[in-house]
Design a protein. Structure first.
Length: 322
């Protein structure tokens, strides 16, 4: 559809220009009879010159970036075509300067106009190509970032099920059911740009439930959610990075604090955990760096991500969902 619109616009521009240009040229040369008018004879040669420039010369020299050489060729063509018109068609017998002053405009006007039109549509095409490449790059980067998240989340769940299948087999079926829900969310629902917020919260609920079992007697978990509406949507697997990071880097006999609040379309997620500063390294921030990249791509200028490292490691994400 865009292709048809573009070429329809080009054809309309060409028809309108040639109609107006021909009318003006014939009006100027009123001293000639129509049948003897030299412009009508020269017109077809002018059309060949213009479209040879558009279809052959311009694409070639622009591709090679020989702009100065093209400028010289453009001037030479305009000069020779004007001389051809003067001495072959009108047979004016005037000097070169007189010929150029009287007739150069008839050659150079369509050449300049259609050169400009060619460059304009080329610029539009290149802009669309850049936009499409950027969109494809964004989608590929998002898929890559999501692929870094998914296996790690599922691996933790599988490890929990494995340990409970040995120690507390009666709790294994419920864990398997939760894992099944999370697999469904990751494999199917997270492939879209946005998912319902309540589904994402359910995914986090299951993850936290796994962690409560896994860290029982070792860590305390203070997990709260307050959502004002079920109508909100969010990019999939966005919050799990913060939550997973809190569990991964928290120390033994500490409390992990997780608070997710949504009010009037504004989401606030706060994750806080005690940490051992001596064991912290650059690899610990990879997940948060990936999260920031996703936020830049999905919610540009619509989020705030604050990281505080005092007694506790605290991450605050505020996000406009609408």
């Amino acid at each position: 559809m865009d292709f048809i619109k573009k070429h329809s616009a080009e054809i309309l521009i060409h028809i309108l220009f040639w109609s107006l240009f021909t009318f003006i040229s014939l009006f100027v040369f009123t001293q000639y009879y129509w049948a003897e008018n030299p412009f009508l004879q020269y017109f077809f040669i002018l059309v060949v010159i213009v479209y040879t420039n558009n279809q052959v010369l311009l694409p070639f020299f622009v591709k090679k970036k020989w702009y100065v050489f093209y400028g010289f060729i453009f001037i030479l063509i305009s000069f020779l075509a004007t001389q051809l018109y003067c001495y072959v068609f009108t047979r004016c017998g005037c000097t070169i300067m007189k010929c150029l002053s009287d007739y150069l405009w008839q050659t150079i006007t369509p050449l300049l106009f259609f050169s400009f039109i060619w460059m304009l549509f080329r610029y539009i095409d290149q802009s669309k190509e850049v936009e499409q490449i950027q969109q494809e790059r964004t989608e590929m980067e998002l898929k890559f970032l999501k692929s870094q998240i998914n296996p790690h989340v599922l691996l933790n769940n599988l490890n929990t099920i494995y340990s409970y299948a040995i120690e507390k087999p009666n709790k294994a079926p419920d864990l398997i059911l939760k894992l099944s829900d999370n697999l469904k969310h990751v494999l199917y629902e997270s492939n879209t740009k946005k998912v319902a917020l309540h589904k994402e919260i359910q995914f986090i609920d299951n993850y936290v439930a796994f962690q409560k079992i896994r860290t029982e007697g070792i860590k305390k978990i203070d997990y709260k959610t307050t959502i004002d509406s079920d109508k909100h949507s969010i990019a999939p697997l966005l919050l799990i990075t913060l939550i997973e990071n809190a569990f991964k880097h928290s120390v033994i006999n500490s409390t992990i604090f997780i608070d997710i609040n949504v009010e009037k379309g504004r989401l606030t997620c706060i994750c806080s955990n005690s940490f051992d500063a001596n064991k912290k390294n650059d690899n610990d921030t990879i997940g948060l760096n990936n999260l920031r990249k996703r936020l830049d791509l999905l919610y540009p200028n619509s989020y705030d991500l604050v990281i505080e490292e005092n007694k506790d490691f605290k991450v605050i994400l505020q996000l406009d969902l609408n």
